[in-house]
Design a protein around this ligand. Structure first.
Ligand code: ZN
Ligand code: ZN
Length: 358
C-alpha cells in the first residue's frame, strides 16, 4: 500500500494533535496496510506504523504489509500498551464506531494518563475515492457477477426454489473467480419480493411472480453490487407499470450522476419519477451507496447525501417499488464517477424480462 494513505492519516493526526491512532476495523487496516487478517489492531504513529496480531497471522502480516512493523501479541498481552507508552504518546485516537464497550474499558485501563479521542470516518473518508487499481478490482468483480447472472438466467422459471437459484448464482460466481460473495445473495419472489432485503427461502417461483436477484461478487477484497427483477409469465398491466416506473426512475437517476454535484441530487432525480407516478410511499430506502472493500460504504447516496461526487467514487443507483401483498421491483447498477460524467460498470440487460411459467 502506498505511503500516500498513511500520509493522509498522519495529516489528520497532526490536525488533531494525535500521537497514535488505533485502527480497529479490518477493512480499514487492509486499506492502510494490505494486511488481510481479521484479528488484531493497527497502530499509526507520527513516524511509524505497527500491526499487532497473534501468531496465526504474523507471517501473513509481514508478507502483506512490508512497511509495517509486525508485533506478535500471543505471548505479550501488553505489547500495544508498551509500544505506545514507549513512544511517550500523550493523545491517542481510536475508531469510536468500531470499538466495543469492553475494548473501550480496556483502553481506559491501559492508558489512564493519556487523552483518548474517539474519531469517526478517518479512514472511511479516504476510501470513498478509488485508485485505478481499486477501480480495476471492482470492475472485475462486477464482470464476474454479470457473467454468472447471464448463465443462471436460463434456470429461472416457475417451479424452481429461491434458495436453489441463490446457491447456483453464488457457486457460478465462485467458479468464475470471485473470492466469495460481497453479501449473501438475495433471491425473493412473489409477495416476498416486496422485502427489499429478504433472504432466499424454499418458496418455488410461481406464475405471475416478480423475482428479484440482488448480489455481488468479490475480487481481491473489493465488492460489486447489482439487482435485476424478472416477471414469471403471465405478465399483467400492473407488473408492467411498476417495472417501467422503476426503470424510468433508474435511468433518470443515472442521468444525474456526474462529478461536482451533491450525492443527494441523484436520489432526488430518481425519487421524483416514482413520486410523480404515485408510488412514493412504496420507495423507502436511499437510492444508492458507495461500494468498495465494504458493500455499503461512503458516500451516502440518499436524500441527505451532502458529499460532493468526485471522479473515482463508485456508487450504486437502485430505486425500487415494494407493494406489500403484491411484490416489488428493484433495478441496481454499479457506477463509476468519471471526469466527464460516469461509466456504468454493470452490463446485464434491464428491459422487462418475462420468463416461462414452465
Ligand atoms: Zn444490491
Ligand atoms: Zn446496493
Amino acid at each position: 500500500m502506498g505511503d500516500q494513505r498513511l500520509n493522509a492519516i498522519r495529516q489528520k493526526m497532526a490536525e488533531a494533535s494525535v500521537d497514535a491512532f488505533l485502527v480497529s476495523k479490518p477493512e480499514n487496516w487492509r486499506y492502510l496496510s494490505g494486511f488481510t487478517g481479521d484479528s488484531g489492531v493497527l497502530v499509526v504513529t507520527r513516524q511509524e506504523a505497527f500491526i499487532f496480531t497473534d501468531s496465526r497471522y504474523t507471517e501473513q502480516a509481514q508478507e502483506e504489509a512490508p512497511r509495517f512493523t509486525v508485533v506478535e501479541t500471543s505471548q505479550d498481552k501488553d505489547a500495544v500498551k508498551e509500544t505506545i507508552l514507549g513512544l511517550s504518546a500523550r493523545k491517542i485516537a481510536f475508531e469510536k464506531e468500531h470499538v466495543s464497550y469492553s475494548a473501550w474499558e480496556q483502553l481506559k485501563e491501559r492508558f489512564p494518563d493519556q487523552e483518548l479521542l474517539g474519531v469517526s470516518g478517518w479512514v472511511e473518508d479516504l476510501r470513498q475515492k478509488k485508485t485505478p487499481e481499486e477501480i480495476e478490482y471492482i470492475t472485475r468483480a462486477q464482470e464476474i457477477a454479470d457473467n454468472a447472472f447471464a448463465l443462471i438466467t436460463q434456470s429461472v422459471k416457475a417451479g424452481v426454489r429461491e434458495i436453489d437459484l441463490a446457491l447456483e448464482l453464488e457457486f457460478t460466481m465462485r467458479k468464475m473467480g470471485s473470492d466469495g460473495v460481497a453479501f449473501p445473495v438475495i433471491t425473493v419472489s412473489g409477495v416476498r419480493s416486496s422485502l427489499p432485503h429478504g433472504q432466499p427461502s424454499e418458496k418455488r417461483l410461481e406464475p405471475g411472480d416478480f423475482v428479484t436477484f440482488d448480489f455481488g461478487a468479490r475480487f481481491r477484497g473489493y465488492c460489486s453490487d447489482m439487482t435485476r427483477t424478472f416477471v414469471v409469465e403471465p405478465l399483467d398491466q400492473r407488473h408492467r407499470e411498476i417495472y417501467e416506473t422503476v426503470l424510468r426512475a433508474q435511468l433518470t437517476a443515472l442521468e444525474a450522476v456526474r462529478p461536482g454535484i451533491p450525492a443527494k441530487e441523484v436520489d432526488l432525480a430518481g425519487r421524483k419519477v416514482i413520486e410523480e407516478a404515485g408510488y412514493g410511499q412504496y420507495f423507502g430506502h436511499a437510492i444508492g451507496h458507495g461500494v468498495g472493500l465494504n458493500v455499503h460504504e461512503g458516500p451516502r447516496v440518499g436524500k441527505k447525501g451532502e458529499t460532493i461526487l468526485e471522479p473515482g467514487m463508485v456508487i450504486t443507483v437502485e430505486p425500487g417499488i415494494y407493494i406489500p401483498g403484491f411484490g416489488g421491483v428493484r433495478i441496481e447498477d454499479l457506477v463509476l464517477v468519471t471526469e466527464d460524467g460516469k461509466r456504468i460498470l454493470s452490463s446485464s440487460p434491464k428491459e422487462l424480462t418475462v420468463v416461462k411459467a414452465r
